[in-house]
Every structure is written in C-alpha cells, then in structure tokens.
Design a protein around this ligand. Structure first.
Ligand code: MN
Length: 311
C-alpha cells in the first residue's frame, strides 16, 4: 500500500450542500460520526463534516478537491489571513481587469460571468458609487449600483443558460470547467474591447487552483495566460472584481425576474426547500421538461421536486 494523499477544504454549509448535490449519484449510506455526507468516486472518497471540513482521500483526492477550488480554504492556524504571495503589494491601486461569476449554486437561473476593467483613475469614483463586496449588498442596492457601473466601466457579460449548461453537464463536463471556459472567454472579449489599452494585470476571483484552471482550458483555441492572477475573496483585493461581481449579480437577478414573470410567481434563489416547492409547482404547471430548461438539472432539487409534484 502506498501513500494516500488527503486534501482538506474548509467549506460553508451552502458549498457543502452544493457538493452533496454534485455527488448525489455517488453518496454512501454509511456515514462516519459528525459527517454530513460521504461519497465515493473513482480514486477518491469525499467526506463532509458538520464542522465545515471536507476531506478528500485517495489517489485523485487532490484533483477532486480542485473542482471545489481553494476558495474556502481555512485560514492559517496562526490567525493571520493567508495572503497570496503572487499578488503585487499595491494591487488595489493598479489598473486591473477582474472577473467573477454568479449562479453556480442556484438551481434556477443561469450562470453569469462578467469581466470588468477598472483603471486606477476610476477607483475613487467606484468607491463613491458604492462598489464593494456584493455579498454585503441587497439586490435593490446591487441593481442601483450596476446601472451606474454599466456606463462607467468596460465589461463583458456571458450568460450560460441552463439548456446549454445541462447539455454540457450531461456530456460529462464539470461545473468547474464550464466556469473556466466562461471566465477565459469573458476575459478575451474584454481585452479585445479595450484595445489598445492593456490592464496591468488580470485578477480572477479564484474558484479553482491555477493549474486546475488551465487544465480545464486545455484544448481551447484561445487561452489567455498573460498577467493572470488568482485570488480568493477577489472583491476585497481589487474593485474590478467587486464591479464584475455586481454586474454578474445584476444580470442574474434580471434573468430570475424573467423566469418569475413567465412562471407567474417569484422564483427563489439557492437550492433549498423553497426551491423544491417552486420547482414542483412548475412541474404541475408545465411539466418536467419545461422545468429542466430553466434549472441545473443535475442538482438533487430535480428529484425532490418530481417527488413533491406527484403528491
Ligand atoms: Mn466568485
């Protein structure tokens, strides 16, 4: 028996729920004490604990953990936040092209990815407009700021609708790869748009390790590699990522509003119980095929909704 690598990620409850959904066909019935789920995939056993720790054991553990990025890796025990040594010390004051995505954990609605370019001269203006980490902003506030931003910063928006998403997913593409393809394309589009201007660097709000990101992109005709930096919590590293995040959320909210208008009731975000209830209602209204078109079908919500709809 050789050495078995263990990789541990520290994850939020919503991330663990997302994982459980992702591994829904690989879940094990026997659970270790304190665990939320155990799943087995070729070369790796994944165990999520109520403490938020997720353990990846086995030969492909590290690779499997890479799907989930290091986005929520536990801070170093010393209490000091982990700083990314590759980031320039003055990055907050540089002209940066930032990218971020929204909708990856939501059963309903698309994935939206935005790349936004913020020149150093614009940073003060963006602060004035209220641009900051969108996780701390309400939807109403995000819409108001986004409307200002649209005319201030050059950006590229990509929307991956669920018919496309489900098609890719059923062909075996991971959500991580779908995200990587979208980020790469949004970055390329925006670089073209701002030519001949060049950003001092590109900052991707990190969802996978750097080498995993490029592994996902292998085989693509155009891969942008020059001056690309990765960081978790990118919104707090540079306002371009915060702006990208706000614009991506704005696009997502608008898509959800369209879905709500078509359904005749408010479609909930996320992947919780109220999502199952809304999904069951749509099955009763228009059938499962119609529901599939507007949801990430591999989520466990699809089975739960179909069961609810039968009762
Ligand atoms: Mn992000």
């Amino acid at each position: 028996m050789g050495y078995v690598a263990n990789t541990v990620l520290q994850c939020s409850t919503s991330k663990i729920n997302e994982m459980k959904t992702y591994y829904k066909n690989n879940l094990q019935s026997k659970l270790p004490p304190g665990s939320v789920f155990t799943a087995k995939v070729p070369g790796c056993t994944i165990t999520a604990y109520r403490s938020g720790k997720v353990l990846f054991q086995g030969g492909s553990g590290q690779e499997e953990a890479g799907r989930w990025g290091s986005t929520e890796t536990a801070p170093a025990k010393s209490g000091k936040p982990k700083t990314n040594p590759k980031l320039p010390a003055n990055i907050a004051d540089m002209s940066i092209l930032g990218s971020d995505e929204v909708g990856t954990g939501d059963f309903f609605g698309p994935i939206t990815v935005v790349a936004a370019y913020v020149k150093k001269e614009q940073i003060a203006l963006l602060k004035e407009l209220g641009v900051r980490d969108s996780k701390n902003l309400t939807d109403d506030k995000i819409i108001a700021i986004a409307k200002d931003l649209l005319s201030v910063v050059p950006y590229s928006l990509l929307i991956c609708h669920n018919e496309k998403y489900n098609d890719l997913q059923e062909k075996g593409m991971s959500q991580g790869k779908i995200k990587a393809l979208l980020h790469n394309r949004a970055i390329l589009n925006l670089l073209k748009k701002i030519e001949p201007e060049k950003p001092e660097a590109i900052l991707i709000d990190q969802f996978a390790e750097e080498n995993t990101y490029y592994k996902y992109l292998a085989g693509q005709k155009e891969i942008h590699r020059e001056n690309v930096l990765f960081s978790t919590k990118g919104e707090s590293i540079h306002l371009s990522v915060a702006a990208a995040s706000i614009l991506a959320r704005y696009a997502f909210v608008k898509e959800m509003d369209k879905l709500s208008a078509a359904a005749g009731f408010q479609i909930p975000k996320g992947a919780g119980k109220q999502v199952d209830v809304a999904a069951a209602k749509i099955i009763r209204q228009s059938g499962a095929d119609e529901l599939k078109k507007i949801t990430k079908w591999h989520f466990a919500n699809s089975d739960k909704a179909q069961k609810l709809a039968r009762h």
